[in-house]
Design a protein around this ligand. Sequence first.
Ligand code: NAD
Length: 421
Amino acid sequence: MTNKKNYDVKDLSLAEAGRNRIEWAGRSMPVIKLIGERFKQQKPLKGIRLACCLHITTETANLALTLKAGGADAIFCASNPLSTQDDVAAALVEFGIPTNAIKGEDSKTYYKHISTALDHKPQITCDDGADLVSMMHKERKELIKNIIGGTEETTTGVIRLRSMSKANALKYPIIAVNDAETKYLFDNRYGTGQSTLDGITRATNILWASKIVVLCGYGWCGHGFGMRAKAMGARVLVTEVKPVRALEAAMDGFEVMPIAEGAKIGDVFVTITGDKNVIDKEHFLLMKDGAIMANSGHFNVEINIPALEGISKKKETIRPFVEQYSLKNGKKLFLLGEGRLINLAAAEGHPASVMDMSFANQALCMEYLVKNKGKLEKKVYSVPEEIDKNVARLKLDAMGIKIDTLTPEQQDYLNSWQEGT
Ligand SMILES: NC(=O)c1ccc[n+]([C@@H]2O[C@H](COP(=O)([O-])OP(=O)(O)OC[C@H]3O[C@@H](n4cnc5c(N)ncnc54)[C@H](O)[C@@H]3O)[C@@H](O)[C@H]2O)c1
């Protein structure tokens, strides 16, 4: 059992339920399992202090166990106040991995938990949204001297870190795990696609067939959600600010229009942009009575909730994760999961099968950081191509899929410029 001072979870008696669910998820995580077996033999993270600020889910627990098998001395905290699975947090503590996360924690507790993770004096930080790095750079600068490097899981975190790097404010190397092909092509697309639909369905039990869905943001997550909502029979409209992405959405068969147009006709609104105030006061006022809004982007700023409150006379929770806003104009609008990532607030986040690849990248990047200690600059690095390819190879093996290999003749051909028609 872990020292009482360095963990804070809702209820340790939930641990057994958590252990069972962690094991269930682990069955769909063959790559992380293989890495864990190697880590157990080789101990590449022996004695390394890690602070991990991730969504505390069954998949994260499988990563945690792999890092522990590799010899790491890790502490975990939540990367979002609503995404914690309390049974998993309890199980992690029982596994001897101090965890600070309680579903529904207030903002003060959320930051206290991040601070406790930093008290661990990490040598590697692992973030999902860059809150650890941000607190370390703003309030706990004295800890930077211990750092070997960090990893970042999500698009929003990578954007924040690149801004820090550009302003010469980033004080240690970070690997952008999000930008690995074996991460964003699968986790952001298929993971967010399915689990966002799952979160909204669990919160509302709506029928998707025939619904007019307004999808704000056609990035990798948007691609996935649009594809899945369409497959359920919804009529999907896309809003974008990037011309190429808007064009892609149009050619993928979606109607594209500005949010001010979509606002008038949508039944369900989903933001996945990483941007703020994508749905704003003027759009709420245009919406139909009964419109439902959810966000799956990293922070709860995509739907302007203070503005929504400003035009409402009453707010009531009418079922778990569903808040009814009674507008002064007489209409009722519904906001799901307090505007926080709906797939993690009302459902279980991404299925284990995709997190297998994301977290394999995390574990291998941490090993890479230790191997390259002192050699990396204070900037944001891409995941080394060899790691990305290796994760794909291991996943294909686990799925029993075989592929072709280039012949020497083909290799020469692809590396040469002399041959033409
Ligand atoms: N819910 C989850 O579990 C989960 C998983 C992965 C990523 N994310 C988060 O989802 C967000 C999107 O990630 P992504 O990988 O798809 O990013 P991305 O950069 O590929 O796509 C975001 C898209 O939103 C568009 N956009 C920005 N502002 C807009 C606006 N005002 N109106 C319409 N479109 C706008 C951008 O042009 C871009 O095409 C990020 O915050 C990321 O951290 C969430």
